[in-house]
Design a protein around this ligand. Structure first.
Ligand code: PMV
Length: 311
């Protein structure tokens, strides 16, 4: 008889505070509808099997399993055949590695384990992929909603749910030119070498994130335009830090020309994810079509993803 355990984790969209969060500023983001589901089917003889993966990914996840083993109680860390179903674009800034860690931790720990415990384990497991993750991505993978996060390394960040209001997004991602690890490292070197411009820009990003969180906490939908303006201001600062790319600028530019209240990259930058904010669904639809028409070839080739998201 074989028994099966399963867990899910959500994708995320970081709204404000990327990079600033590394220096103690608050950040905010939301969980997406897209999910990753991990199933572990126990087999005889007992061992890990990853039949769906190609050799590269099998090797990587094999190393992940070795690093994760000490994090979990021995009696729960029972090997089996792993299968994964996911609607989260992988490696594009929507938190696929965090969702994997959350789904895996849930499958191992069991559905009745409390969320803080799952978050703690998923966060520790994510160190395998990111070295020193902030815990925001795994938080959004598990907590599900719109949250403000206050970093408190090496512990998990404080998480506060935000009331927010209806928001309509066009969300997308373009190819990455740098990894989160290298982009965070490059900025850290600039800050440590007392680059005054980098330090000032990060402080300003932190202040914008704080303002956005204050507005989102009010739940006052009349203030949605202010969120758009803050997104535009944050994008200017992220661009000055060298974190935007021509492809991101193009997408955000088309969105703004088509009625976005504002937009910015989301996550570490160097390509990757971005979002544009709209007051209503019809506006988001129009801009979605304009962007999709402009970059149809790149979407067809799988280099660019584009979708709408409303909350
Ligand atoms: O690249 P992402 O989406 O995982 O975002 C990273 C966010 C940073 O602030 C750049 C890093 C962090 O750990 O907070």
């Amino acid at each position: 008889m074989s028994s099966e355990r399963a867990g899910t984790g959500r994708g995320k969209l970081l709204l404000f505070g990327e990079h600033a969060a590394v220096y103690g500023h608050p950040a905010c983001g939301l969980s997406l509808d897209s999910t990753m589901r991990v199933r572990i089917r126990e087999i005889v003889p007992s061992r890990w099997r990853l039949p769906e993966l190609d050799d590269g990914n099998r090797g990587m996840l094999g190393a992940f399993l070795e690093s994760a083993e000490p994090l979990f109680p021995k009696e729960l860390f029972r090997p089996g055949e792993i299968s994964v179903e996911s609607t989260i674009p992988v490696g594009m800034g929507f938190g696929s590695s965090a969702a994997w860690c959350a789904a895996f931790a849930r499958a191992i720990l069991g559905g009745s384990t409390d969320r803080e415990m799952v978050w703690e384990k998923a966060h520790r497991a994510e160190e395998f992929f990111h070295g020193t993750p902030s815990g925001i991505d795994t938080g959004l993978a598990i907590l599900n909603g719109l949250y403000a996060f206050t970093p408190s390394p090496p512990r998990l960040p404080g998480a506060r749910p935000l009331e927010g209001f209806p928001m309509h997004f066009v969300v997308g991602a373009v190819p990455r030119e740098g990894s989160t690890r290298t982009l965070v490292g490059d900025l850290r070197r600039r800050i440590e070498s007392k680059d005054p411009e980098a330090k000032r820009l990060v402080e300003e990003l932190g202040a914008l994130s704080r303002s956005a969180i204050e507005i989102l906490a009010t739940g006052d939908s009349a203030r949605i335009g202010e969120i758009g303006k803050l997104a535009d201001e944050a994008q200017t600062l992220l661009d000055r830090l060298g974190l935007s790319t021509a492809a991101l600028d193009t997408m955000i530019g088309i969105g703004r020309k088509n009625g976005a209240l504002g937009g910015k990259l989301s996550g570490a930058g160097g390509g990757g994810a971005f979002y544009l904010l709209f007051e209503d669904l019809a506006g988001a639809d129009r801009a979605y079509r304009a962007i999709a028409d402009a970059v149809r070839n790149r979407i067809d080739r799988g280099e660019t993803v584009l979708f709408r998201y409303s909350r």
